[in-house]
Design a protein around this ligand. Structure first.
Ligand code: NAD
Ligand code: UDP
Length: 313
């Protein structure tokens, strides 16, 4: 049994990670400022003596005795991370410094939730870990992209300079239950719009592509990387199936039915035109690949939002 800190643990990915860690018999501390996370995501663990919930902001230092740290604290949806971009940079950079400082002090292994956004609007397709990316330093996505890039730098400098044991994952678009209905990311937007009978909002022409990974597959990749004996990463974890936003919208409309049509909105600035992970490294080193195809993952996610919207009425 290990004692494990999960920052951002009340969020979408963090809460699924905590479910798995507690099921494995570990002790878990969930640290969150509840910006985009919700207590209800972890409420089912209340009363479990191996679970603690702590309201705290990673931009402020924290200390505790732990063996493992998963650093997930950071808003992930463009709508949320652009709401207060300066805070987003502080969360990524100061959050990384505080996690790394703690890891150094207590000799914990520390895991960073990095992102495919470090590749920016990629000229190399699909993206391997060796690709250094094409990121605008001064655009509206830069607070997130550059914050995450700087966090990766800090992780590798603490590793080289102080011998801190690090694990860095680059997450590609992931979806599933517990995304917020108003999260703003494309899968939840389209599903919620279709369930409400509203038109699906396509940004730009809808020809841009993304690769969508179901949350359970992603979390399995996290656990394998964290417990790998030597691999620091960065490692891409994502589903290489690639879809245009028009294809995604049509798939969701076909599954949900109803009166919804497509409506077109301006493409946000710096929106990447294509994205697809090269997962050769994860396959080779972690023996990992996604198991849940988009079709099946969407069914599970639609079921979740159907129940969620019904209970909100
Ligand atoms: P999310 O918004 O649901 O979760 C983020 C969590 O961090 C929330 O609980 C939020 O309240 C918390 N948080 C934000 N700022 C904080 C701060 N300053 N101090 C403490 N807690 C704070 O998003 P998610 O999809 O679960 O993403 C989790 C992590 O994975 C993020 O670091 C994100 O950048 C990364 N990521 C996610 C995806 C994806 O597709 N889901 C893709 C790439 C990277
Ligand atoms: N998108 C869209 N309609 C929406 C929300 C998003 O067409 O209602 C597009 C968005 O422009 C982007 C893609 O879907 O091209 C993925 O957007 P998301 O915010 O989910 O993630 P990211 O852009 O960070 O990959």
């Amino acid at each position: 049994m290990k004692r494990i800190l999960v920052t951002g643990g009340a969020g979408f990915l963090g809460s699924h990670l905590i479910d798995r860690l507690l099921a494995q018999g570990h002790e878990v501390v969930c640290l969150d400022n509840f910006f985009t996370g919700r207590k209800e995501n972890v409420a089912h663990h209340t009363g479990n003596p191996r679970f603690e919930l702590m309201r705290h902001d990673v931009t402020e230092p924290f200390r505790m005795e732990v063996d493992r740290i998963y650093n997930l604290a950071c808003p992930a949806s463009p709508v949320h991370y652009q709401h207060n971009p300066i805070k987003t940079v502080k969360t990524s950079v100061l959050g990384a410094i505080h996690c790394l400082g703690l890891a150094k002090r207590v000799k914990a292994r520390v895991f960073q939730a990095s992102t495919s956004e470090v590749y920016g609007d990629p000229e190399v397709h699909p993206q391997p870990e060796s690709y250094r990316g094409s990121v605008n330093t001064v655009g509206i996505r830069s607070c997130y992209d550059e914050g995450k890039r700087c966090a990766e730098t800090l992780f590798f400098d603490y590793h080289r300079q102080n011998g801190v044991e690090i694990r860095v994952v680059r997450i590609f678009n992931t979806y599933g239950p517990r995304m917020l209905p108003d999260d703003g990311r494309v899968v939840s937007n389209f599903i919620v719009q279709a369930l409400r009978g509203e038109d699906l909002t396509i940004y730009g022409s809808g020809s841009q592509t993304r690769s969508f990974c179901y949350v359970d597959d992603l979390i399995e990749g996290f656990l394998r990387l964290m417990e790998h004996d030597t691999l620091t990463g960065p490692v891409n974890i994502g589903n290489p199936g690639e879809f245009t936003m028009l294809e995604l919208a049509e798939l969701i409309l076909k599954k949900i039915g109803g009166p919804s049509k497509l409506t077109f909105r301006p493409l946000p600035a710096d929106d990447p035109t294509q994205r697809k992970p090269d997962i050769s490294l994860a396959r080779k080193e972690l023996d990992w690949e996604p198991r849940i195809p988009l079709d099946e993952g969407l069914e599970l996610t639609i079921d979740y939002f159907r129940r969620k919207l019904k209970s909100a009425v």
